[in-house]
Design a protein around this ligand. Structure first.
Ligand code: SF4
Length: 372
């Protein structure tokens, strides 16, 4: 079923109706009561206040577990096939907020095996090398090294493999085909991969020798992987992993999801230099009018504007300033040139700091990596 848009871990097309996606995937909206419960544990992240993290599976149960003693662990990941862009870092910054707020362990999986199996052009060596490159950006975001384990699947497989085959035995090909839309042309590695993706949900439990609940912050496009995991977790003797889902950060062209592979000029990479970032921001798709006169008279449309969306998702954490920008745009008080210049300053300030931390991360890999 498509209804004008399609969202799977491997394909996002069309204009996503996020509300409908909750019904289609069978997840739950994060309601006011749940927001209030989160707030009891610390200041809310802007992505919660603004409904960017908007959907979940069993987040209320995770809070029960935290409040009543057993606690929980975090799991997120990255498929290393190229450089990191700002859209990738969004759920990770939220993950850091969860780690800082709840002081919990994070398992960060780098799926070099997955990317090798899914991308014809990518060698396993290159996927692994991207994994180490991407880890620099992950570390630079400021995760606590005492509470963070980063691993490449191919370097941690001895630990994971016994659990992966236990999981694989419980998953039929018909399930995988239905969930991911695979057909007979998919290689058998890609069919097996979901069982590898299942294991990190249980790594903390395996390490501690007790059943530790797991929360996965991710883009909602990744939900199908964990639906399969949730179905088999009980049979493996573990809790179902809980999830908290984000909307996908739009690209500078205004389309739904930034992509590494298809839009090198429409996304901002963490290693872009100042000139490149400026060019990308100044060329961004906006909700502006065709002429200055018309914009002064009728105002712009922030809802369709990628510059506004960048502020909403990440670059304007102050709600009152964001509301001011929205109103100034609507009234025609601010014009797009000025607005883009302001965004560029914020983006570059963030990237300058990030790139310095990224450089230092080159000497810090061993503080974070776990290997067999
Ligand atoms: Fe977008 Fe700013 Fe132009 Fe409004 S003024 S349409 S927010 S760039």
């Amino acid at each position: 079923m498509n209804d004008g848009f399609e969202v799977t871990p491997y394909k996002v097309t069309g204009d996503i109706d996020y509300d409908e996606l909750v019904d289609r995937f069978g997840t739950k909206r994060i309601d006011e009561a749940l927001v209030k419960r989160l707030e009891k544990h610390g200041p809310l992240h802007p992505m919660i206040r603004r409904g960017i993290f908007y959907s979940h599976r069993d987040l209320d149960w995770i809070l029960d577990q935290y409040e009543n003693g057993p606690g929980f662990t975090l799991y997120t990941g990255r498929g290393p096939s190229g450089p990191i862009h700002i859209g990738h870092t969004m759920p990770w910054m939220f993950t850091k907020y969860l780690q800082d707020t709840f002081k919990v362990k994070l398992w960060f999986q780098l799926t070099d095996d997955e990317k090798f199996m899914f991308y014809d052009h990518l060698s396993l060596e290159d996927a692994k090398s991207w994994g180490y490159d991407n880890a620099l950006d992950i570390i630079a975001l400021g995760f606590d090294p005492k509470l963070t384990n980063i691993f490449l699947d191919t370097e941690y497989i001895k630990t994971m493999y016994p659990m992966a085959i236990k999981a694989a035995k419980k998953i039929n090909f018909s399930t995988i085909r239905a969930v991911f839309g695979f057909d007979n042309s998919n290689n058998i590695g890609s069919i097996f991969f979901t069982s590898i993706q299942t294991v990190p949900c249980f790594l903390e439990s395996m390490q501690q020798g007790r059943n530790v609940p797991c929360l996965i912050p991710c883009g909602i496009d990744q939900d199908p992987h964990f639906r399969v995991t949730r179905d088999i977790a009980g049979g493996l003797g573990y809790h179902k992993p809980a999830l908290i889902h984000a909307k996908l950060m739009p690209s500078l062209t205004g389309s739904e999801k930034m992509s590494t592979s298809t839009a090198m000029n429409d996304t901002i990479f963490m290693t872009d230099d100042e000139k490149t970032v400026k060019k990308k921001v100044m060329n961004a798709f906006t909700g502006g009018r065709v002429s200055v006169e018309e914009q002064r008279k009728n105002g712009g449309d922030p809802e369709v504007c990628s510059v506004y969306q960048y502020n909403l998702y990440h670059f304007e954490p102050d709600d009152s300033k964001l509301a001011e920008l929205h109103a100034s745009c609507r009234s025609g008080k601010i014009l797009c040139g000025e607005c883009k210049a302001l965004l560029f300053e914020k983006v570059w300030k963030f990237l300058e700091t990030h790139q310095a931390a990224r450089e230092k991360a080159k000497d810090r890999l061993d503080e974070f990596f776990v290997r067999d």
